[in-house]
Design a protein around this ligand. Structure first.
Ligand code: S3P
Length: 452
């Protein structure tokens, strides 16, 4: 039964097929980086297609508070212009840097601030204030930055940077693109080579964009599956025109919605298909999904395609461990797809899911169980027993715990359950996909404030 919930509650009703062509917002990871790198490059950077979600706007506000010159467009889809500081320094902000829900803002900006003689207090919302920052603090401290926290390795944290950082050779304890990027950002200001070894390859937008702006950065895959990234310090970064492709992590919600609703046929345009981001799509194809990549093209070093999806039966699979980093944000929506598959889907090596915007492993397991789906959760694993196409019960309210991807995943689930599925807080969706409900509804979904 539904519980009593407030204005932020949304509900998604079962619908028959989705139809149409859609454009989802710009890639979140690339948007953060375009603003940060543009802010410190020499000359002007223009950014087309920037994600205007709350997380990215937090990055823009923090950079502005430290002296960056960022001009948003006058119309919503327009071009952002950044006049880079070049050889000049960032300045100490007057206020704390409030980074809301955004782990990428917090961790990458720590790496950026580390290389300037400025001090800034980083704060965040309840979710971000629970997330571990020690993984970033440790290598940046070795490079010469200082960190003071009120409690353990959690925000609020005061970061004091230094104009004289040391380069390091650092093996990441976890496969994290945020951690890798924080070290590389600090490495921009160190004399000599900064070398990062990642145990498994993670998204490489930092390396690609820094190279595009003139840095010398090399990436070498090793036989054991690790990847060594080498950055020459003190490059002269030059402003560029950056076009942000659509976010494959946002497109994922439309794709799975089309797969699990009957007789759907949708196309999502111009989606980033960087192989370090498309693990979900590989997995869905192994499950038997009808997904086609059409009109492939390349822009600013990143490849895109139009993704056409038609509904059809899915079968359970075992997700290879090595694929986890390339779909790290997509496990909530994969678990929803798995609920409709024939047989079980086994997902392992998911320890990082415990420290995302929520404990995603627990949030997925709890939500699916409430909707009548059988799941088994381990310390770092999840098995979903699929219904073989039969609609799960639904009829529940899921706690989103300030996690946009949990919110959107369960609204997608409600499109194909017997009874509607509600979430207690849809506001969190604005961090990455502000028009999610309207876009879904334009394709045939019925998502809206509760009662609808
Ligand atoms: C991101 C890296 C990933 C991902 C996050 C965005 C990035 O985090 O989950 O949404 O832009 O570098 P981790 O580095 O913690 O895996």
């Amino acid at each position: 039964m539904f519980t009593v919930i407030g204005m932020k509650a949304f509900v998604s009703k079962p619908v028959s097929g989705l139809k149409g062509v859609a454009q989802v917002p710009g890639d979140k990871s690339i948007s953060h980086r375009a603003l940060m790198f543009g802010a410190i490059a020499g000359g002007e950077t223009s950014v087309t297609g920037l994600l205007q979600g709350e997380d990215v706007l937090r990055t823009a506000a923090a950079l502005t508070a430290m002296g960056a010159d960022i001009t948003p467009p006058t119309d919503p889809g327009g071009i952002w212009r950044i006049k880079g500081i070049g050889e000049k320094s960032l300045r100490t902000p007057k206020e704390n840097l409030y980074l809301g829900n955004s782990g990428t803002s917090a961790r990458l900006l720590m790496g950026l601030v580390a290389g300037y003689p400025v001090a800034a207090v980083f704060t965040g919302d309840e979710s971000l204030s629970r997330r571990p920052m020690g993984r970033v603090v440790k290598p940046l401290t070795q490079m010469g930055a200082k960190f003071e926290a009120e409690a353990g390795d959690k925000l609020p944290i005061r970061v004091t940077g230094s104009a004289a950082l040391q380069p390091i050779h650092y093996r990441l304890p976890v496969a994290s693109a945020q951690l890798k990027s924080a070290i590389l950002l600090a490495g921009l200001h160190a004399n000599g080579k900064t070398i990062v070894v990642e145990p498994q390859p993670t998204r490489d937008h930092t390396e690609k964009m820094l190279a595009f702006m003139g840095a010398q950065v090399a990436s070498e895959m090793q036989e054991d599956g690790s990847c060594i990234i080498t950055l020459e310090g003190r490059p002269q970064l030059a402003g560029r025109n950056i076009i942000v492709p659509a976010d494959p992590s946002s497109a994922a919600f439309l794709v799975v919605a089309a797969l699990i609703t009957k007789e759907s046929d949708i196309t999502v345009r111009n989606v980033l298909i960087n192989p370090r981001r498309t693990g979900l799509y590989d997995t869905l194809q192994e499950m038997g999904a009808d997904i086609a990549f059409e009109n492939r093209r390349s822009n600013g070093g990143e490849e895109t395609a139009d993704i056409r999806v038609r509904s059809g039966p899915l079968k359970g699979v075992i997700v290879p461990k090595g694929r986890v980093p390339s779909m790290i944000d997509e496990f909530p929506i994969l678990a929803v797809a798995a609920a409709f598959a024939a047989g079980k889907t086994v997902m392992t090596d998911l320890a990082e899911l415990r420290v995302k915007e929520s404990d995603r492993l627990a949030a997925i397991a709890k939500g699916l169980t409430a909707a009548g789906v059988k799941v088994e959760m381990g310390e770092d694993s999840l098995t979903v027993h699929g219904s073989g196409g039969k609609a799960p019960q639904g009829g529940c309210t899921v706690e989103t715990q300030l996690d946009h991807r949990i919110a959107m995943s369960f609204l997608v689930l409600g499109m194909a359950t017997q009874q509607p599925v509600a979430i207690d807080d849809a506001e969190t969706i604005a961090t990455s996909f502000p028009d999610f409900a309207a876009l879904m509804n334009s394709l045939g979904a019925q998502i809206g404030p509760k009662p609808l």
